[in-house]
Structure formats: C-alpha cells, structure tokens
Ligand binder design. Structure first.
Ligand SMILES: NC(=O)c1ccc[n+]([C@@H]2O[C@H](COP(=O)([O-])OP(=O)(O)OC[C@H]3O[C@@H](n4cnc5c(N)ncnc54)[C@H](O)[C@@H]3O)[C@@H](O)[C@H]2O)c1
Length: 353
C-alpha cells in the first residue's frame, strides 16, 4: 500500500506531545516534513522524531512535499491560513481544537473543504471517550426521554496556561471559553445529536488573572504580566435551543470554585444522566434509582485514536469523526456567547451554514 505522506504545521507543544508520536506508530504513514514560523521549533521536532525535512514557511513545505495529510497545530488564530493552504495544495487536514480563533475563519475553512473536496476534521479527541459515547447512546435510545436541560462545565480552580498561545487574544482569539469550553460545547452537542440553537446570553470576566498578586503566583508556564493577559478568565453562558432545550455553560481557568469540575449533566423527561462519573437517574418500579457501570470502561488512548482515525479517514476519503461542519457549529455557539458578553444582551446564534 502506498504510504500516506503527512506534514505538520506548528511544531510546538501539542504537535510534539501527541500528533507526531502517534503518526510514528502507524506503519503506512510517512512523516515527511514539519514547519514552524519559529524555525528552531521545526528543527527540534525534525531532529527528535527523525522527520526528514523542516521548514519555516508552511507554504514552501506544501509546495515541495506532495502531502496527503496535514496536522495544523498552530495557535487558534492561525488555524485558518495553514488549513486552507493545505487543502488547496491537495491535503486532507486535521486541525487542532477549537476549529478557529473566530467564527468567520471557521466558515472560510469549511467552505474551503467543500471547494477543494478535502476532509477537514476538528481534533476533538474527547470524541473517543467511551463514557461520552455511552451517554450519547443512552440519549439516542430514548432512556432520558426529551432532554430539556444540559449543564456543561469545564471549571478549573487554578489552571492558567500562561503562554501567549492561550492568553494573548491576538493569537488565541479567546480564553477558557475557546480553550476548554469548546470541549464542553462539543461533548454536549455530540451527545444530543447537534440540536439547533436559537439564542445565547453570556457574561465573561477577567478579574482574577488581571490581579497582579495572582499573575505573580503564575500558571502553567510561570507568572504572567497582567498587561499581557488579554482574554477572559471566566465565562458563563445560557443557550436556548429551537426545540425548547436550554444549556448552561460554565468555564474558567481560575476561580474560587470548591474544586475542578469537568462534567456534563443532562435532564430529560424520563431520566437524567451525568458524564463524570457516568450515571443514569431513572424511576424503576416507582423508586428513584441510580444506574452506573459495574466495571470500569476500558478507555483506549484518545490521542492515539484521533490520529489513527484521521489516517483512516484519509485512506477511506470520509471524515470518520468530528467533521468540519460540527466544528463550525460548536464555533457558532462559542461566537454567540462572546458576542452576547460583549454586547451585554441576548443575541441570535448564527446557524445557517
Ligand atoms: N487537543 C489538545 O489536547 C490540545 C492541547 C493543547 C493545545 N491544543 C491546541 O493546539 C494548538 C497549539 O497549541 P500548543 O500548546 O501546541 O501551542 P505552542 O505554542 O506550544 O505551539 C504552537 C506552535 O505554532 C507555531 N506557530 C505559530 N504561528 C504559526 C504559523 N503561522 N505557522 C506555523 N507555525 C506557527 C509556534 O511558533 C509554536 O511553535 C492550539 O490551537 C491549542 O488550542 C490542543
């Protein structure tokens, strides 16, 4: 079988931690080249992982390397340019989450995937969680009846990724709402089968990370200068759906919450459920019961799975998880929450793609 030639754009943290090592495990993949505007990062990756060629300009890499597939691992605002250029050059693309730094970019990426007939997958590795897929099956099987409420939480007591990639709005596009709220929205929407939203109301804050004593305390990557922190540190939103459902979204990197909380809670007319740990709440013989797995699920490595599934998508010509349209829909909800917070009023969620 002909080997699939893969290139990497953005050779920093996530590329080296999870993309490159997992491509290396697949026999019919040839990791051909990597690129990074910081040429030392590209060179380091090339040396460490024995990738034959490295480039400063991804355009040059795309021109010279005849790639079948590309991982885009740049900061959020820089997903659009490399993803579109790679598809134009004939490669299928796996882009890091969130799909983009802003909705208009995500739309252009989606349009480009249609125009060039290339697969564009948004790398939500959470799609490979066994518990999330079980929850989705419970919803599909009607175990919850009509779901009328979802609570999607990604709360950190203290977990600020204090690097420009995340805290400089010009590069990240947003704070925790984009960075980890994207998982919450994606998991809820995936479990619920992507119902159509209508309106969003949200507020954002950045009072904790703008406090010099907190900045001095530092996050992942050390302390930061308060003037360099240009995104929100907390975001809370309420989304109303066309089918009458509502979703509460809570996300932050730093807060005086009692504890970290990453959870999805669904309430329906015939049952409720939560994700962490997976539990189902029902009435059985008139009694309230809690149903939970007897044995722990065997959870394969979700990072390994996303790369192998992307490669399988390239081989089969079909996006086998998290296709661009779904990444775009997640982005539309995130966009509406940011717009609502900025305008201090309820806004429409853009949905006609
Ligand atoms: N799926 C996950 O678990 C996960 C975890 C962390 C980060 N991410 C996502 O991955 C992306 C990158 O995050 P990271 O932690 O690897 O950041 P990083 O800062 O460690 O690496 C990004 C790299 O991209 C390079 N770069 C910037 N602009 C570029 C451009 N225009 N062309 C080529 N290279 C460019 C930078 O020089 C840097 O080396 C973000 O979108 C982030 O949200 C995902």
């Amino acid at each position: 079988m002909k080997k699939i030639r893969v290139g990497i754009i953005g050779s920093g943290g996530i590329a080296c931690a999870t993309h490159i090592p997992n491509y290396k495990k697949i026999e019919d993949v040839e990791l051909a080249a990597c690129a990074d505007v910081d040429i030392s990062a590209a060179k380091r990756a090339s040396k460490e992982f024995k990738i034959p060629h490295f480039y400063r300009e991804y355009e040059e890499m795309l021109e010279k390397e005849s790639l079948d597939a590309v991982s885009v691992c740049t900061p959020n605002i820089f997903h659009k340019g490399p993803a579109i250029a790679a598809m134009k050059a004939g490669a299928h693309v796996l882009t890091e989450k969130p799909m983009a730094g802003k909705l208009s970019d995500a739309k252009k990426m989606y349009e480009a995937s249609k125009k060039y007939g290339k697969i564009l997958i948004v790398g939500f590795q959470t799609r490979f969680r066994i518990d999330l897929n079980a929850l989705r099956q419970l919803v599909q099987a009607g175990e919850l009846g009509d779901v009328y409420y979802a609570r999607a939480l990604s709360l950190r007591r203290w977990g600020v990724p204090a690097r420009p990639t995340f805290i400089d709005k010009r590069v990240s596009g947003g704070g925790p709402l984009l960075d980890i709220g994207c998982y919450s929205v994606d998991m809820a929407m995936y479990a619920l089968g992507f119902p159509a939203p209508k309106k969003a109301y949200a507020v954002t804050y950045n009072r904790i990370c703008k406090d010099p004593s907190m900045a001095k305390k530092g996050g992942w990557g050390g302390p930061w200068r308060v003037e360099d922190f240009t995104v929100e540190d907390n975001a809370f939103g309420f989304v109303k759906f066309r089918n009458g459902m509502t979703m509460l979204l809570e996300t932050n990197w730093a807060s005086f919450s009692p504890s970290d909380a990453f959870n999805l809670v669904l309430l329906g007319t015939k049952g409720g459920a939560q994700l962490e740990p997976l539990e189902l709440y029902k009435d059985v013989l008139g009694k309230r019961v809690v149903v939970k797995p007897h044995d722990e699920f065997h959870q394969p490595d979700i990072y390994e799975q996303r790369i192998s599934k992307f490669v399988e998508s390239v081989r089969t010509g079909k996006p086998l998880f998290s296709p661009a349209i779904e990444g775009l829909k997640v982005q539309a909800i995130l966009d509406a929450t940011y717009r609502s917070a900025a305008q201090k009023k309820e806004v429409d969620v853009e949905w006609d793609f």
